[in-house]
Design a protein around this ligand. Structure first.
Ligand SMILES: Nc1ncnc2c1ncn2[C@@H]1O[C@H](COP(=O)(O)OP(=O)(O)OP(=O)(O)O)[C@@H](O)[C@H]1O
Length: 283
């Protein structure tokens, strides 16, 4: 049985999505990723006394111009040309997702994850826009797979946590994008609108949900809707010059927040787990 969770950071370029998800390493300003991992490791340790043993596997990828890149691949650096391996996404009948050839690393502590995050941040596609000196030009997806087994009761549980730093939503004129940057911005905007199409199709209970319209939505298909839990942070910039973008982001947030897209069911039999959420939470 699987518990699947997605947490997104959405917003205009430079509004603090990466800061929200990663924090500032080394300055004790932790983001959602290190905080979640700390919590997970703490909880797994506290459950040891009840016979639970956990195995955790992390992977990190980015989707840049609709192409998957493995951020933990040996020898990977941001100067590498895109292309090379063609990573393909597969879902099995149980809703387990695999990406072919993607590096998956066993992690045993928060320190392990921190060093992987550092490695991944050096490999991420960044570029300079008028809005942000170090702008993320890709969607970043951190995935933690958790396998738990209880020696005394024989129970087994599985979970998947996806933490996603989306590429910045931005209007072409404002971002100052030309050439490659323009192509990137168009790809980003297209995939963000594919994400909202999927969310709203699930909310409306449409027969067809267009998961296949972008790599991001196809990758996350089993983790969106159904029994899964999804949370979205919307980051906005307080500057007056960003008012137009802020309004767009807030409009998007209020539409998303109005979505009730399913009932998140508790999937584990662990006596200690709480079941206080029966609604997918957006916004
Ligand atoms: N709450 C905050 N406190 C302190 N600094 C912040 C905060 N939010 C953002 N920053 C800083 O603002 C700058 C832009 O933030 P960040 O890179 O997180 O934006 P972003 O939304 O991820 O942008 P992009 O989409 O272009 O990648 C960074 O230098 C970041 O450290």
């Amino acid at each position: 049985m699987d518990t699947r969770v997605c947490i997104f950071a959405y917003g205009q370029t430079g509004s603090g999505k990466t800061y929200t998800m990663m924090g500032k390493p080394g300055r004790d300003q932790k983001g959602i990723i290190p905080r979640s991992l700390e919590q997970i490791f703490k909880t797994s340790q506290s459950l040891e006394s009840q016979g639970w043993k956990y195995c955790m596997q992390a992977s990190m990828l980015e989707i840049y111009n609709e192409t998957i890149r493995d951020l933990l691949a040996p020898g990977r650096s941001s100067s590498e040309m895109p292309g090379g391996k063609q990573y393909t996404i597969k879902h099995d009948s149980q809703g387990n997702t695999t990406v072919s050839d993607l590096t998956t690393t066993n992690v045993f502590s928060t320190a392990d994850v921190t060093s992987l995050l550092e490695k991944a941040s050096h490999s991420r596609s960044v570029g300079k826009t008028q809005m942000n000196e170090q702008s993320s030009r890709s969607h970043f997806v951190f995935t933690l797979k958790i396998f738990g087994s209880n020696e005394s009761t024989g129970q087994q549980v599985q979970g998947v946590l996806n933490l996603i730093d989306l590429a910045g939503s931005e209007r072409l004129t404002k971002s100052g994008a030309t050439g490659e940057r323009l192509k990137e911005t168009q790809a980003i905007n297209k995939s963000l609108s594919a994400l909202s199409d999927v969310i709203f199709a699930i909310a409306k209970n449409d027969d067809h949900v267009p998961f296949r319209n972008s790599k991001l939505t196809y990758l996350l298909q089993p983790c969106l809707g159904g029994d899964s839990k999804t949370l979205m942070f919307v980051n906005v910039s307080p500057e007056a010059s960003s008012a137009g973008e802020t309004l767009c982001s807030l409009r998007f947030a209020s539409r998303v927040n109005a979505c009730e897209i399913g009932v998140a069911r508790r999937q584990t039999q662990s006596k200690s787990s709480s079941d206080n959420s029966n609604r997918l939470s957006y916004g």
